[in-house]
Design a binder for this molecule. Structure first.
Ligand SMILES: Cc1cc2nc3c(=O)[nH]c(=O)nc-3n(C[C@H](O)[C@H](O)[C@H](O)COP(=O)(O)OP(=O)(O)OC[C@H]3O[C@@H](n4cnc5c(N)ncnc54)[C@H](O)[C@@H]3O)c2cc1C
Length: 292
């Protein structure tokens, strides 16, 4: 069994940042990912809010980051972590064919946004899961936000500053906080459509043109932001404290399990971005270095 001081699980921006900071602090680290390094950045065609790059393809940014990590001689294991178990004062991290031991674990396994599961949802240009990331592509256009929680209402407020008109499609109950509901009510260009369900995405040449609703209405729009939550990827670890399904951490990225840290999209926080994931990864690494 190979031994490291720290094992970082997930090579998205959070895990890449954590492993770089750990290695540069003199800590022996192993980085593991089941897919190509880069995480969700690999699914992003254009990134325009990551400082230092006015506009960059997600795969290119991911490769830049991974090359930076590799240039620091950080070992990378291309495999899926299937379990993390406490053993003595440390942990055993298992992949289908290897076991590793370590003193600290950094969980940086990200999350999957929930989907509407409509035909062609993954193919049509104009469907997005992140208003902060993609909102500026829809300046002065008509857009929709799906969801009735804080995230949907926050996205709608963000978009209402950029777009001509914003519809919020709420299928069930509105669960957003009263303060957000009031702010939305005071915006002239946001319309909340309650008890509505989108049943079809209308597209032309693969670009979103509108939606069909269950009540037979048809609305024209060019962007649809789906904000119905997400699922963090944490099936390999047990007994870790969660907050709204995400891993709960303190300001040093410590979880409820001593020696286990978490960072990036897998934790409960307000903003799920590349910049915040990198900040979280750096904090997790520096907390380990400081012995926190
Ligand atoms: C379509 C899209 C567009 C986006 N656009 C932007 C944007 O323009 N700007 C912006 O700032 N943010 C954007 N985001 C959000 C941003 O990509 C995420 O906030 C960020 O990638 C989170 O980083 P992370 O490292 O926490 O997780 P992720 O990027 O999700 O990386 C997690 C990694 O963990 C690996 N993993 C998971 N489980 C295991 C396991 N059991 N074993 C081994 N490896 C595992 C995964 O393979 C993955 O590589 C976008 C997201 C999406 C989906």
């Amino acid at each position: 069994m190979l031994t490291f001081d720290t094992i970082v699980i997930g090579a998205g921006p959070a895990g890449l940042a954590a492993s770089l900071y750990l290695k540069r602090a003199g800590i022996e680290v192993l980085l593991i990912d089941k897919d190509a390094p880069g995480g969700q950045m690999l699914k992003t065609s254009k990134i325009e809010n990551y400082l230092g790059f006015k506009s960059i393809n997600g795969a290119e940014l991911a490769l830049n980051m991974f090359n930076h990590v590799k240039s620091n001689d950080i070992p990378f294991e291309f495999s899926e972590v299937i379990s993390v178990d406490k053993k003595g004062s440390g942990f055993v991290v298992k992949t289908p064919d290897k076991h590793f031991s370590c003193k600290h674990v950094v969980i940086a396994t990200g999350r999957m946004p929930n989907k509407l599961h409509l035909p062609d949802e993954d193919k049509i240009q104009g469907v997005s899961y992140c208003a902060v990331c993609d909102g500026s592509f829809y300046k002065n256009k008509i857009v929709g936000v799906v969801g009735g929680g804080n995230s949907a209402y926050t996205n709608a407020l963000y978009l209402s500053d950029l777009c001509e008109q914003v519809y919020i499609f709420v299928r069930g109950e509105v669960k957003a906080e009263e303060e957000l509901i009031n702010r939305v009510r005071n915006r002239d260009n946001i319309v909340v459509l309650k008890n509505t369900q989108i049943i079809k995405l209308i597209s032309e040449n693969n670009k979103l043109k509108g939606v069909n609703l269950a009540d037979e209405r048809k609305l024209k729009l060019e962007g649809l932001f789906i904000a119905i939550g997400g699922k963090p990827k944490i099936n390999f670890i047990k007994n870790i404290e969660l907050e709204k399904e995400y891993i709960k951490v303190d300001s040093k990225m410590r979880t409820s399990l001593k020696g286990v840290y978490a960072c990036g999209d897998v934790i409960y926080k307000d903003y799920y971005q590349i910049a915040t994931a990198i900040g979280d990864g750096a904090v997790a690494a520096l907390s380990i270095k400081a012995g926190d």
